[in-house]
Design a protein around this ligand. Sequence first.
Ligand SMILES: NC(=O)c1ccc[n+]([C@@H]2O[C@H](COP(=O)([O-])OP(=O)(O)OC[C@H]3O[C@@H](n4cnc5c(N)ncnc54)[C@H](OP(=O)(O)O)[C@@H]3O)[C@@H](O)[C@H]2O)c1
Length: 298
Amino acid sequence: MKFLVTGAAGLVGNQLVKDLSNSHDVFSCYNQSQPESGTPLKMDLQNHEMISNVLLETEPDVVIHLGAMTGVDSCEKEESMAFDINTNATQVVAQQCSKLDKFLIYVSTDYVFDGNSSMYRESDVPNPLSIYGKSKLGGEKMVQEFSSNWCIARTSTPFGSHPTKKSFPTWIIENVKQKKQVNIVTDQITSPTYVPNLCQMLMDISEKKINGIIHTSGVTSISRYKMAELIFEKFNLDKTLLKAVSSDEMNWIAKRPKNSSLDTTLANSILDKKPQSIEHSLNQFFDEIDSNDINNNY
Ligand SMILES: NC(=O)c1ccc[n+]([C@@H]2O[C@H](COP(=O)([O-])OP(=O)(O)OC[C@H]3O[C@@H](n4cnc5c(N)ncnc54)[C@H](OP(=O)(O)O)[C@@H]3O)[C@@H](O)[C@H]2O)c1
């Protein structure tokens, strides 16, 4: 199959394009950071004509739309850019996929939920608290309204290795290795997702052409603090540098959901690649990182 991936140099995109390239042709679309794998193509999501032209010229069988403004506080500060990239660009992607009769996977977020409940199912009604969540929900609505053959794959707290970007465990490891204390919130619960596991699920969805909304996160619902404890244990880090705080103490601009954990029963039942537990994922992540390299690049 021929794939086109937007946001191809991002945390998820970098791994996805690498994995897909083993057996498929992949166009890796970017704005500023050139992807390491696939066939790199410039596609600025704020340039609607460019989006349409790239899709028309490349004619992929499957489009995996990861490109997004993902900084939750940046979205709060730059609301119109957030809606432009996360909602309006998705409309153009969806319309063009429909016109060209291509399968579209839109990767969305647990932040479409308000977090007043827990273990959200695909049928639960979203109620985002932040501009990021609202603009990503806007993207979901565009996909549903304008494309004909689509899947919305929601994920939560993706983590993994990347040549330049830090995810939650790599940020902790780096700080602790520099003897810095890390303040981690006890009152925010998500479903952390190991990026290679997410990529397997996305590839499975592509092959099966699954339509509709599906929660493709890790299977474990866990607080940031408890996840940090597991990371400290697994990577044998100095526990005196781990400090529990509440989200009220953080200088965040955007409101975050208290519990945006996702129920993955559907993914577990229809995908061959199953959502993983946090323990399994951290074990794999530990193996992935060359322990000698831990201070340098992960
Ligand atoms: N990170 C999370 O916590 C999280 C949680 C749930 C869901 N998700 C969703 O998962 C997807 C992948 O997230 P991620 O963690 O891989 O994000 P990421 O590392 O921030 O990557 C996002 C990518 O979007 C691209 N992008 C931003 N503005 C663009 C523009 N104007 N034109 C073209 N590309 C643009 C960036 O490319 P350039 O660098 O080239 O500008 C970047 O590579 C996103 O859709 C996100 O909403 C993320």
